[in-house]
Design a protein. Sequence first.
Length: 329
Amino acid sequence: MIVKDFSIVSGGVYPELAEAIAKELEQKLLSTELKRFANGERYVRYEESVRQKNLFIIQSFSEVNGYSLNDAFMELLLLVDAARRASANEITAVLPILPYARQDRKARNREPISTSVILRTLENIGVDRIITVDLHSAQTQAIFNRPFDHLIASPIISKTLRKLTAKNKSSYILVSPDAGRAKETESYADELGLDYVHLPKTRDRQNSSHINRPAKITGVQDKRCIIIDDMIDTGGTLITAANTLKDSGAKDIIVATTHGILSNNAAERFDKSPISKLYIIDTISQKQNKAILKDKLEIMPIAPLMAKAIKRIALGESLDFMFNGKNNK
Ligand code: R5P
């Protein structure tokens, strides 16, 4: 079968990921000029023709390489606009992490729904398709009225955890860090043949960064606990969970997550926490976190899965078999 002509473009936030994806696809990244003007505005230009090309524009979102999250989004919009005006054919925004994805509803009066702003802007500027990984809530894709390929990292996480727990399954237990992750944790427990517990979490109404946990829970005494979450931001959710598990007699505490944001010096706090190991998918560059956490952090690469999905999309093939239909749940 002939692969339709397509090209990979990298935004400036995490070019190493785009290079790894391009390498898997035996492609070279399209040459671009990306820069920042002295006043903070961004500039982009394609240094070769994109006429009639199907473009996969990869942009990750984190505060690295002199980018703010919003700079990264602006640069993505400029790359899409430049491609549209230069007669590109289909434009796919490949977003390993979707920015503003947690602001997916009005929690209080007179708030915006920020994820809707992001997705409607991408649609209006001319993005034909979005590919992203582990949306905070799968129904978010309803805001974007064009093809939306939601990839899930669970095949990678399951493989890692299966290997970790294989020799002594009964010593491990999965822990859901809040009600929102309960269903997902149950699904991992079924798949891996492990027990699981839910750990209650509430946030202060006035100060949402303050998390309340029970002092102790039952069922984790002398167990190796594995907490699975979709993302670590400040680390508050997981560090408070780890403290409760430790005080409840857990023997070991391990974390597996997709998006490792680790803002506000979270890496330093994880280093001092009772957590012995963090498994993180590299939808965001983990270079700075790795320098702090060293062997405590194990990175699970996302590039092979994303490259496979891009290839199948370019070939017009289904993604279903990659995820057994689970990416729609
Ligand atoms: C919550 O609903 C999410 O699944 C994460 O648990 C949360 O967003 C992580 O944020 P933080 O690390 O700041 O607690």
